[in-house]
Design a protein around this ligand. Structure first.
Ligand code: GLU
Length: 279
């Protein structure tokens, strides 16, 4: 069976030990299966992404000994593709324009992080609006109830990394309660939310195995729903353990002390990094 996986960092800060673990694990698993390892740059959040962080990502990953096919897919160059998908969902009455609270939308726009407070569930203020009423500065939200109403098969996916590996069934009630009308495009026209962009790219790149941290389990549920709505295949998932600091907290980009570039500057070798993350 084909095995295609990817490491998909957002260039919003330095890669840390947690990223190194994710990338090395995906690379090793691809090698073990005679498969392919892709690198994808998830730079849809134009406010926070920086070219210098992107350059540092390439440098760090090469230093770790990884290689990948070039050129890499950069989400900022795929906006036409996401716009077509959003137009399709709009024509089917599954997304609507929304002018509500910027802070709420910003929180939903980035990949979620453990320990970061979730946005309040959306009250549905703009749910009555049609796509024809979209104004510049409106975001686009998925009408979760309408989306779920059209799903006839049970939503599920295979997770080989979970504490209970195997088929994970997604509850429609939980999707409604925990996620509600998720943001699929942010207020600036042409910018797509990570949750949708990654689904489209995984399908376009024929990714068969998504290997990423357990902090993204919840977002997987929304992404599996989107795959069903768009008629895209659901890859297998491997949500791996998180690398934590000495306090047991998940590492974040702002934890500069755990940045790979810092370990490199201190003379660590790629083998040291592998040992530090337990590989
Ligand atoms: N771009 C996401 C991040 O940096 C990764 C999401 C994914 O692997 O699907 O957290």
């Amino acid at each position: 069976m084909a095995f295609v996986t990817r490491f998909a960092p957002s260039p919003t800060g330095p890669l840390h030990l947690g990223h190194a673990y994710s990338a090395l694990l995906a690379y090793d698993m691809a090698q073990a299966h005679g498969g392919r390892f892709l690198l994808r740059i998830e730079d849809t959040d134009t406010d926070r992404c920086r070219p210098e962080w992107e350059a540092q990502i390439f440098d760090d990953l090469e230093w770790l000994g990884l290689s990948w096919p070039k050129p890499v897919l950069r989400q900022s160059q795929q906006t036409w593709r996401y716009a077509a998908v959003l137009a399709d969902l709009g024509a089917r009455g599954l997304v609507y324009p929304c002018s509500c609270s910027r802070a709420d939308i910003r929180a939903a726009f980035s990949a979620p992080q453990e320990g970061v407070e979730k946005p309040l569930s959306y009250p549905g203020t703009c749910r009555h609006r049609t796509m024809a009423s979209r104004l510049p500065g409106d975001a686009l939200r998925l009408n979760m109830a309408a989306a779920l109403a059209g799903i006839t098969m049970p939503l599920c996916y295979t997770d080989t990394g979970s504490e209970q590996p195997g088929i994970q069934v997604i509850s429609a009630e939980k999707l409604l309660a925990n996620h509600g009308d998720v943001v699929l495009a942010r207020k600036t026209i042409g910018t797509t939310a990570y949750v949708l962009a990654a689904v489209v790219d995984d399908a376009d790149q024929a990714v068969t195995q998504v290997i990423r941290g357990a902090d993204l389990c919840e977002i997987t549920e929304v992404q599996v729903l989107l795959q069903h709505l768009l008629g895209l295949p659901t890859p297998r998932y491997h949500h791996h353990r998180l690398i934590r600091d000495h306090m047991g907290k998940r590492l974040a980009k702002r934890d500069d002390a755990r940045a790979l570039m810092k370990y490199r500057a201190d003379g660590a070798s790629p083998a040291d990094i592998r040992a530090l993350v337990g590989l």
